[in-house]
Design a protein around this ligand. Structure first.
Ligand SMILES: [Zn+2]
Ligand SMILES: [Zn+2]
Length: 405
């Protein structure tokens, strides 16, 4: 039985967040994407402002007299401003649990601001935090007083947090939701030899898969995902046509499709610690969610440009842009990185057709180079860029959101 799970995306941008101050303060070199956020009355431009990746999972009650549960995923550098904007607007107040993906600054630096909830019981006495031992150790190094209140100084105004450690490879129950942590790679430690830096994705009730920071999904994680989805498998009774069918009903087992995938995509090209568009689309194909959403964008490419690409990518087969192709002949090679991002040699402008064309080429190039075992499959993909403040709704009535359709 699927629950009603709504995911409010507090942030959909890279760790530096968007806009970049460097772009805002240089009219000739500042990128079009960042500078478009300066006009506060331009709704499209405002979609280019992106905070650190973070989300609120709202677990809707199955009984009319029960309370909604609120799980915050990550609490990074931009959490406070996101809360000030969205808590009143979305009718949020208490936080039932915080769950952390990893211990980078864009996932944990807002933890201190949780004092606004717990100081003198302003909203609640304490907030439970769920993380791995590794993340707990990192938080302890960064803010000793958050994990050991005895080390607080000054007036002692610190948040009241209760820590819950979970193993990174076992599913558990949280606020009535089955949470499966998925230890993906998110770059590497610069040791000799280098070793992967782990970050958790989360599968919620086999409905929503949230993968905010990923550079590689190990096959063990794919197997874990398969096992979790198989657990959620239900026999589907299919009625045979006609009355002369002597076999009667045929029971078929069907693998349920994920309803929503939220997946990392920093830019066109892959990066050490994040997916590029080729990897994101490949994973989205393989996961075959009903709806896939990209998050984690860097600057230099607007929401509108990503949307243009995604709409072309989501047709079957992907649509070539109106830009005259064949692509390799008609699009000049890009001598500078920023041309790859905004499709225009002048960083203060943008050519969405050229951008989309480059992104499509990147997807094709990535898929051509992938191992057969990693192929995304032939399935179509329905993919869109997420934006800050959008809500994805999943549950018995299917999946939708308040940005597209
Ligand atoms: Zn910029
Ligand atoms: Zn990170």
């Amino acid at each position: 039985m699927q629950s009603q799970l709504d995911l409010l995306l507090l942030g959909t941008g890279t760790s530096s967040s968007i806009p970049s101050v460097a772009c805002l303060t240089d009219e000739t070199k500042g990128c079009w994407c960042c500078r478009s956020t300066l006009n506060k009355t331009d709704a499209e431009g405002q979609k280019n402002a992106r905070r650190n990746t973070s989300a609120v999972l709202r677990v809707k009650p199955s009984q009319p007299d029960a309370q909604e549960k609120v799980i915050l995923i990550d609490c990074g550098k931009t959490f406070f401003s996101a809360a000030v904007e969205h808590w009143p607007k979305a009718g949020l107040r208490e936080i039932d649990a915080v769950i952390l993906t990893h211990a980078h600054a864009d996932a944990i630096l807002g933890l201190d601001d949780l004092r606004g909830w717990t100081l003198r019981g302003a909203i609640q006495k304490s907030i439970p935090i769920y993380c791995t031992q590794e993340t707990f150790n990192e938080v302890s190094k960064a803010f000793g007083y958050l994990t050991n209140t005895g080390s607080a100084t000054g007036g002692g105004d610190i948040p009241a947090l209760t820590w819950h450690i979970f193993p990174p490879d076992e599913s558990f129950e949280l606020c009535g939701v089955r949470v499966t942590p998925l230890a993906v790679h998110h770059g590497k430690f610069f040791t000799t030899p280098p070793s992967p830096y782990p970050c958790l994705g989360f599968l919620f009730n086999a409905q929503i898969l949230y993968l905010s920071d990923v550079s590689y999904i190990p096959e063990t994680v794919w197997a874990q995902l398969d096992a979790e989805l198989a657990l959620a498998r239900r026999p589907v009774v299919r009625q045979q046509n006609g009355t002369n069918n002597t076999n009667g009903d045929v029971a078929k087992k069907e693998k349920p499709r994920l309803q929503a995938l939220v997946i990392d995509c920093l830019r066109i090209e892959p990066f050490t610690s994040h997916f590029g568009i080729g990897q994101a689309v490949q994973a989205a194909r393989r996961l075959h969610a009903q709806k896939s959403y990209l998050i984690g964008f860097g600057h230099r490419t607007s929401h509108a440009a990503w949307r243009h690409f995604c709409e072309l990518m989501s047709t079957s087969p992907p649509t070539r842009t109106s830009h005259p192709v064949t692509a390799s002949e008609s699009i000049p090679s890009a001598p500078y990185m920023w041309e790859l991002y905004n499709g225009h040699p002048d960083p203060t402008k943008e050519d969405r057709d050229v951008f989309a064309q480059r992104a499509l080429q990147a997807v094709e190039a990535w898929e051509a180079g992938a191992d057969a075992s990693e192929k995304g499959g032939e399935g179509d993909v329905r993919i869109r860029p997420a934006r800050d403040g959008m809500t994805i709704r999943t549950g018995p009535n299917g999946v939708d959101d308040d940005e597209y359709n």
